[in-house]
Design a protein around this ligand. Sequence first.
Ligand code: ADP
Ligand code: MG
Length: 199
Amino acid sequence: MMLDEALDALNIPKAKHEIAKTLAEVERKSKTIGFPVVLKLISPKAVHKTEAGGVVIARDPGEVREAANKLLKLGKVLVQEYVEGVEFFLGIKKDRSFGYVLLAGLGGIFVEVYKDVSFRVCPISEKDAKEMLSELKGKALLEGARGKKPVDKDALADVMVRLSRLPEKLQNLGELDVNPIMCSGREIKAVDARIVLEE
Ligand code: ADP
Ligand code: MG
């Protein structure tokens, strides 16, 4: 089972997206999804897309054309719906003594710099999920800081509980990173995910 299918099977919502291989396809799919639209490079050489200049927010057809011409020289292009919200991080790792654990934290620099992450053994309960959220140092950001809509904790906890069942569905799961999953009110949508499967 591939990542997309696995997330679908667990009912984890994700941003609308389509894959395009030509300029005409990028233009047509961008129009269908609507502006602003996010164009992302799909290439095995660019796992960290931002560092490779592989994430572009395009506000109009002109910006789409310019970005698509650049990205298509390097690989295929993911055309994705632009999603507002607080950037959250969800992950699953295999721990030598505990087995699979679910990780949760605020996305972006909060994961990489502050390492503000809480974790529990999979699968988790709704109570576990709520505790994980309350353990985060940056939890105030979930309350609607910086002009953003507060995150509905029931909705986020629900997604966390469902994601914690992934190891049961994917026997060969190595690790998973969903970063970010955008949260705004009850709307929770994954916009970037990476999975490692074991042989
Ligand atoms: P990578 O982690 O490979 O650099 P991401 O897909 O996570 O690439 O995109 C990097 C950043 O771009 C995200 O953390 C987010 O801030 C922004 N971003 C990506 N996709 C979207 C989207 N669909 N809507 C809004 N912002 C996005
Ligand atoms: Mg990312």
